[in-house]
Design a protein around this ligand. Structure first.
Ligand SMILES: [Zn+2]
Length: 455
């Protein structure tokens, strides 16, 4: 009896010491990132010295070189480029759009072409507008009403969802599939209410995709303010037609790269832990929150390991994925190569939800691994990170689940993300240095624990 108690006590004591060690280490990591971290300066370089980084653009190519150099300067074990072919879509001249009223007056609308859309040509598109709230309404109207007209999807993000990504997912269907669904009934153009949680003049772009069974029609996003204005004009029947002109086109695919930096593991170098964000961004702004933040936070993870002399047991990789926004070719390539080489990817984390205050992590994978990660919850509470939940991952790392990889994402506060997401307002100034760094520190801490204990 006494023997059992002593064993139990020793065990409990060793657990307590471990937890103490871990919380001390997490504090050390966080203190260093908040004091000496370079994530914010890296972000300034990406936003101000490089700028918008749409796949195939000269800035995307520059971003590859710049982030490669950042990681080389950290003197990590290896930095390399992973080649991939990416779509090369260009916006061309700025879009024009207006309502033409029955009395001959016009009203300028703020629109932006959707990514991967065809352009209208010089003549533009001029037609009547049919407003629908959703696909059900569209299907009910059918060809008889839709043919020869512009379809306007006016589906707002649902403000009652506290996790704004849920609302984005719900509304996103109209941006991605809406144009082809409208073309199915003979529409000649498509206008989509911007996926934005606020009402203002800034249209939000984003990717759309054509269904090859239907004609390709040009598609634009309209600012939320102008979506409301257009809707009112339609209700009052004061409008005659809407005109828009876009000059975008899809060019031939071009060669680009994922950028990868690695600290090699000392005990289990074949077990790979990936942390990443995507290097490409939309072209309307600097891609600061989306996803410059995720990139520089991932580089920061390498920096703090190097700065504190943490020699990981497992291999830690920071990956700047190319082409998340309008093709996902970088993520595809990373997965294909991992699979072809038979690499053992035990854990992958993506940061692609903005550089805001960290609230938690999403985690997906085998039960034991998820339970293990959740058992660390108390270590994160002192930092306001209280929400480790099941269900995690990201667009660039998603396929790794086929290799049995445990997937995760840093989950920041989401209330302001869709104010600026894919709009001209996603600039460096919209990112708080402190929030960006705190999230980076939490990411590094999670990676530290995964490396220490394995999954
Ligand atoms: Zn993104």
């Amino acid at each position: 009896m006494i023997k059992i108690s002593v064993t139990l006590l020793t065990f409990l004591f060793s657990m307590a010491v471990k937890a103490q060690d871990d919380s001390t280490m997490i504090k050390k990591i966080t203190d260093d990132v908040l004091t000496n971290g370079k994530a914010y300066e890296y972000l300034r370089v990406l936003c101000k010295d490089v700028g918008p980084r749409l796949s195939g653009s000269p800035q995307a190519a520059k971003a590859v070189n710049v982030t490669k150099k950042m990681m080389e300067d950290l003197k990590v074990d290896k930095v390399w480029l992973q080649e991939c072919m990416v779509p090369h879509w260009v916006r061309g001249k700025k879009e024009e759009a207006k309502i033409i009223f029955k009395d001959g007056k016009t009203y300028k609308l703020d629109v932006t072409a959707l990514g991967n859309s065809i352009g209208t040509g010089d003549k533009g598109v001029k037609a009547n507008v049919i407003e629908v709230k959703n696909f059900d309404e569209l299907n009910k109207l059918g060809e008889k009403v839709i043919k020869g007209n512009i379809v306007f999807y006016n589906f707002p993000m649902n403000p009652t969802y506290i996790n704004t990504f849920r609302a984005y997912g719900e509304s996103g269907r109209y941006r991605f599939n809406g144009p082809s669904q409208a073309a199915k009934y003979g529409a000649v153009g498509c206008i989509v209410r911007s996926l934005a949680s606020n009402v203002n003049d800034y249209p939000h772009t984003g990717v759309m995709g054509y269904n090859d069974s239907f004609p390709k029609i040009p598609a634009v996003a309209i600012s939320t303010l102008d979506a409301n204005y257009l809707s009112t004009a339609l209700k009052n029947k004061t409008e005659k037609q809407v005109f828009f002109r876009t000059n975008c086109q899809m060019l031939d695919s071009v060669k680009s790269y994922n950028v990868i930096g690695e600290i090699r593991g000392t005990e289990f170098p074949d077990e790979i832990i990936t942390v990443g964000g995507h290097l490409d961004s939309w072209d309307l702004a600097e891609g600061a929150h989306d996803d410059g933040s995720g990139c520089v936070q991932s580089i920061e993870v390498l920096r703090v390991f190097q700065a504190l002399g943490i020699k990981p047991k497992r291999t830690i990789r920071a990956v700047m994925f190319m082409n998340e926004e309008n093709g996902g070719k970088g993520g595809d390539k990373y997965y294909e190569e991992a699979k072809a080489k038979g690499e053992k990817h035990i854990f992958a984390m993506e940061s692609d939800e903005g550089g805001f205050t960290p609230r938690g992590f999403g985690v997906s994978g085998n039960k034991e691994a998820v339970a293990k990660i959740m058992s660390w919850a108390n270590l994160f509470r002192p930092y306001g990170v209280n929400d480790i939940h099941e269900g995690g991952g990201g667009a660039d790392i998603g396929d790794l689940k086929n290799l049995g990889t445990v997937l995760s994402n840093i989950y920041p506060d989401s209330q302001r993300y869709f104010d600026i997401h894919h709009a001209a307002t996603d600039t460096f100034e919209a990112v708080s240095e402190r929030e960006l760094k705190l999230a980076a520190a939490m990411m590094a801490s999670m990676i530290y624990l995964v490396d220490k204990y394995g999954l």
